[in-house]
Design a binder for this molecule. Sequence first.
Ligand code: COA
Ligand code: MG
Length: 294
Amino acid sequence: MILRSFLFVPGDSDRKMEKGCASEADALILDLEDSVSNDRQEIARDMVCALLTARPDRQRQQLWVRINPLDTDLALPDLAAVMPGKPDGIILPKTESADDAIKLDHWLAALETREGIELGATKILVVATETSRSLFTLDSFIGATDRLYGLTWGAEDLAAALGATNNKLPDGTYDAPYQLARTLCLAASRAAEVMPVDTVYISFRDQEGLKAEALQARQSGYVGKMAIHPDQVATINRAFTPSDEEVAHARRIVDAFAQNPGLGTIGIDGQMVDMPHLKQAETILALVAAMAGR
Ligand code: COA
Ligand code: MG
């Protein structure tokens, strides 16, 4: 299953939960972390659990929960409070390495057992680049846990961790440390055979900027992107859905090799096509098949 859009919804806002559920986001991230103030943590846990319980059918839209980081004393109570609602997955912020994901895996196993949930059913999406050390441990996610759905990256907390005053260059593109984080997140996801999910675009009124960033992420290999506002969802879904032309071209490449089993390279429309192109074409067809299955 491939999720194109993950929409953040503050866990203590009835209004936004309602709007989120009505949106076309493939998944919601019911947030217990940064978008909820300290004095509203308990209210948010109750509201998130109530929504999860009220929406057991997740065919159209999955419900994930972002808990607080594992180095706070909020993380385990967050999990204990929401697991009765059987979230599809947990977003783990501010990870240092796969050790954090493995610890979460163990906690989830205990809570799944308590709740009578199938062992391993709850997936994990790690926010893998929010601390300075995390940039050096990304390969630790290879083979870490079967629960790992994917890796995503964060530029805001990373900027704070690095002591930066800004994470963008004057032309609006990311400064070098965040480009690096984005690239490492992609490479680590592919190495670990999990889904690379692009970070949020915080200028939520700027559709053109969002579209450009999403298309570029997809071109690089990302399969989805997080959103902070419902108006971002349609743009993201479109950017991460292969176009009819792309699919037709991919099919031509796959068919051409299937019809010429002895050949390692073929000319199509005046372009040399060989094994890496075949692999890319197969990836597009697999993506489309996975999307059709949801
Ligand atoms: N999920 C669901 N609904 C949302 C939403 C979200 N993330 N963001 C906005 N909406 C709703 C608003 O409630 C509003 O609905 P209403 O007019 O019926 O009350 C409507 O969409 C339009 O919102 P708008 O006025 O354009 O934005 P805003 O100023 O109210 O909110 C933010 C701006 C950034 C505060 C808001 O988008 C938000 O809370 N985003 C998520 C933040 C978050 O989770 N951050 C942590 C991860 S980085
Ligand atoms: Mg954050």
